[in-house]
Design a binder for this molecule. Structure first.
Ligand SMILES: Cc1cc2nc3c(=O)[nH]c(=O)nc-3n(C[C@H](O)[C@H](O)[C@H](O)COP(=O)(O)O)c2cc1C
Length: 307
């Protein structure tokens, strides 16, 4: 897997930007453990983002990135902060990256857009992306319609830049499967939600650990912003409203600010973004332990297939 060489990191593992979750503590822990940590911009103000980038620089001397949410109301200011702070790697999604590419390339950034289709992959390659991350609908958070397993080889065959597989990666076996399908690296999100270094309350992590494999659900399909979330009371109510063609004003009122509410401890009334692999979340662990075990298992399973 060659994304480690492009990004100058030990393991071919990127920590996905996670709104409200990936602060400097998580990003630096991932980078120190050999992956690529990323500071999120989703859910944070420009001042908070600058502060978290600076803290990350204090906590690690390894490469790290920033995940630029393109629909952030302060996206222009955030892009200036990223460049000003000397960040060298960004991922970006939730919007059209085209207007920003010239500025990014002039600043010598490695830009890795998150894409959800062959069309988007080809577009970002033409714009000058050094790699792209294909995120399948198994992932936690805002999702597209295609899944990692069927679509990844289609993306890989359609572009010449390295493709990172995001969505549904929880074990070394998943990393090897992504490699077999042509990925040059993986991006993980949900697997890290039970890491000690995330800023969520313990009840948030415990809810995911105690969940069944069927406990993620997609809400917001009718809003054109589908999100995969933990099936708590809020998600079930949102789902009820949508499937019964109920009051969308109530839907939006309930959804407003729900990500922040969850991180602060409202486990039933907040939105906990999470992917389909809840089966694999079994205990609270440190980031280093998670990454080391992923790579240990990946190497072991890969070795088994050599003969
Ligand atoms: C709690 C949570 C918040 C997320 N927030 C963002 C975000 O702000 N920006 C983004 O590009 N992706 C976001 N994602 C997606 C992740 O960056 C990553 O691509 C995804 O989690 C990978 O799939 P997985 O959850 O199956 O590991 C989020 C995912 C989760 C679980």
């Amino acid at each position: 897997m060659k994304i480690d060489k492009l990004l100058n990191i030990k393991y071919p593992i990127i920590q996905g930007g996670m709104a409200y979750i990936s602060t400097s503590a998580l990003a630096a822990a991932v980078s120190n453990a050999g992956g690529l940590g990323q500071v999120a911009t989703g859910g944070f103000s420009p001042d908070e983002i600058r502060r978290e980038i600076r803290k990350t620089k204090e906590l690690t001397d390894k490469p790290f990135g920033v995940n630029v949410v393109l629909m952030h109301p302060d996206v222009d200011e955030i892009i200036d902060i990223v460049i000003d702070e000397g960040v060298k790697i960004i991922t970006c999604g939730a919007g059209n990256p085209a207007p920003y590419f010239k500025k990014w390339l002039e600043a010598d950034l490695i830009v890795i857009p998150i894409i959800a289709s062959v069309k988007m992959a080809k577009k970002v390659e033409a714009l000058g992306a050094k790699a792209c991350a294909f995120e399948g609908a198994e992932a936690g958070g805002h999702i597209g319609y295609l899944n990692t397993f069927p679509e990844l080889p289609a993306i890989v065959d359609s572009v010449n830049i390295p493709v990172i597989a995001a969505g549904g990666v929880y074990t070394g076996r998943h990393i090897f499967a992504a490699e077999v399908l042509g990925a040059s690296g993986v991006q993980i999100g949900t697997r890290l939600l039970v890491a000690k270094e995330t800023p969520t309350v313990e009840a948030y992590k415990k809810a995911l650990i105690n969940a069944d494999d069927t406990d993620s659900i997609v809400t917001g399909i009718t809003t054109k912003m589908p999100s995969r979330v933990f099936k708590n009371k809020l998600a079930q109510r949102l789902n009820e409203i949508e499937t019964s063609q109920g009051d969308m004003e109530e839907f939006f009122n309930l959804a407003e600010g729900s990500g922040k509410r969850a991180v602060e401890g409202d486990i039933e009334g907040g939105s906990i973004f999470c992917g389909q692999g809840l089966f694999y979340l079994n205990r609270i662990e440190g980031v280093k332990e998670i990454l080391d075990n992923l790579m240990k298992e990946y190497k072991s399973i890969r070795g088994n297939f050599k003969n």
